[in-house]
Write a protein that binds this ligand. Structure first.
Ligand SMILES: *Cc1c(COP(=O)(O)O)cnc(C)c1O
Length: 397
């Protein structure tokens, strides 16, 4: 037991469903990969996917894009964010989030986190007072929803518009309301490591017809915006089509074709993720000295990854723990590294942003460990990983 080694890959996804592969082959044989490559009233795959995702999300409108990162850029532009404007965003997030703000020439100012991996709402109020932003880009990083009632009350008091980055909360909800429906705009990812897999891809959803008309034109619809599946009525585009730059960020039919059958399986996959999450939780939550974030009763989450905080160990002790887990086949990510590694980076490595000090957030990140839970792991695999983490932790503590 003490030297068992885990041998599965933490980055291996499940196969694309057979029906999706058949559909993809049909599209390839037809040669009609571009989303507007349809005649008359025929509906293309992207158009249909937009309708289906809008229905799933419970949103009026949906636009499919090349990625969540481009959806975020489009969202910021659709809200009229200008170069040099301050946009508040979560300090605990992935690089494409501040990256979207930087890409349109605006200035990311970071809001700190709590040790439950949610947003520090006191810091949010302080940053709103200090910077008077119009827009807040909330990243529901690693699927931990902040108290959405309190958060929305603060934003409405100060009249700040919210964009939600739901890359890790597609399918999650707070008090029965879907993540992505709290702000003006929700953005989602269908990149390989998220909840649907088309390699790259994303969605932007909103209930606001003017925002969606802008987003569709921004995505590069030329004058073909009529061929969108979940769009506002045509008069919404009258002026906007001359005002918005074409940012070429359209999804293609091939990706949409492989996403449509996956969307049908999403709810079932959420149950499978949560069953795996619970295995990790059952083993790791009771361990003294290792802290697992609380999951509030209002939150229905998607357990596609698992996080815990190490004790206040030295950097060397953290590294040695990670190395010993790795030696036994358990690949953990750590937010304590000064330098970005792989997909993992920290607010202090995004140096196009103004230099900012967030000492409490930094001390949490230095203890934070993250585990991917691919659906290619069954519950026994998860138990084996969690047992290895437990045994290595006990050796080190
Ligand atoms: C992956 C990710 C994104 C960006 O998604 P892409 O589709 O890869 O652009 C944004 N936010 C978070 C938290 C992510 O993990």
């Amino acid at each position: 037991m003490s030297d068992t080694v885990f041998s599965k890959s933490f980055t291996q996804q499940e196969a694309i469903p057979d029906v999706a592969i058949e559909k993809a082959v049909d599209i390839l044989k037809s040669g009609r990969l571009h989303r507007y490559n349809y005649a008359g009233d025929e509906q293309g795959e992207v158009e249909l996917l937009e309708q289906e995702y809008a229905a799933y999300q419970g949103a009026q409108y949906c636009l499919a894009t090349t990625s969540c990162g481009t959806a975020l850029q489009i969202a910021l532009r659709a809200l009229g964010v200008k170069p040099d404007e301050v946009v508040l965003t979560s300090a605990f997030t992935l690089a494409p989030v501040p990256g979207a703000i930087g890409a349109i020439g605006a200035k990311p100012i970071f809001v700190g986190m709590t040790d439950n991996l949610t947003l520090d709402l006191d810091d949010l109020v302080a940053k709103i007072k200090a910077h008077k932003p119009r827009v807040f880009l909330m990243s529901h990083m690693r699927g931990h929803l902040s108290d959405m009632d309190e958060l929305c009350a603060i934003l409405s008091e100060f009249n700040v518009a919210m964009i939600e980055d739901c890359a890790h909360t597609m399918g999650a909800s707070w008090n029965g309301k879907q993540s992505g429906n709290f702000g003006k705009i929700g953005c989602f990812s269908t990149q390989t490591y998220k909840h649907l897999n088309s390699g790259e891809g994303g969605f932007l959803t909103t209930d606001d017809p003017e925002i969606m008309a802008k987003a569709i034109i921004l995505s590069g619809s030329y004058m073909l915006y009529k061929k969108h599946g979940a769009r506002p009525d045509l008069p919404a585009f009258d002026d906007i089509r001359f005002q918005m730059p074409n940012c070429s960020s359209r999804m293609d039919n091939l990706r949409a074709a492989i996403l449509r059958p996956q969307l049908e399986n999403l709810e079932q996959n959420i149950e499978r993720w949560n069953a795996r999450y619970k295995v990790f939780e059952d083993v790791l939550r009771p361990i003294n000295g290792l802290s697992v974030p609380d999951r509030p009763a209002q939150e229905a989450y998607v357990g596609s990854s698992f996080q815990f905080l190490l004790p206040d160990w030295s950097e060397d002790a953290c590294r040695s723990f990670l190395k010993d887990c790795y030696g036994r086949g358990v690949e953990l990510k750590w937010f304590g590294d000064e330098n970005p590694v792989g997909f993992t980076s920290r607010y202090d490595s995004w140096r196009y942003a103004p230099e900012q000090e967030l000492p409490e957030t930094l001390s949490i990140l230095k203890r934070l460990v993250d585990i991917r839970i691919p659906l290619t792991f069954d519950k026994d695999d998860c138990r084996a990983c969690a047992n290895i983490i437990q045994s290595v932790f006990c050796d080190h503590n």
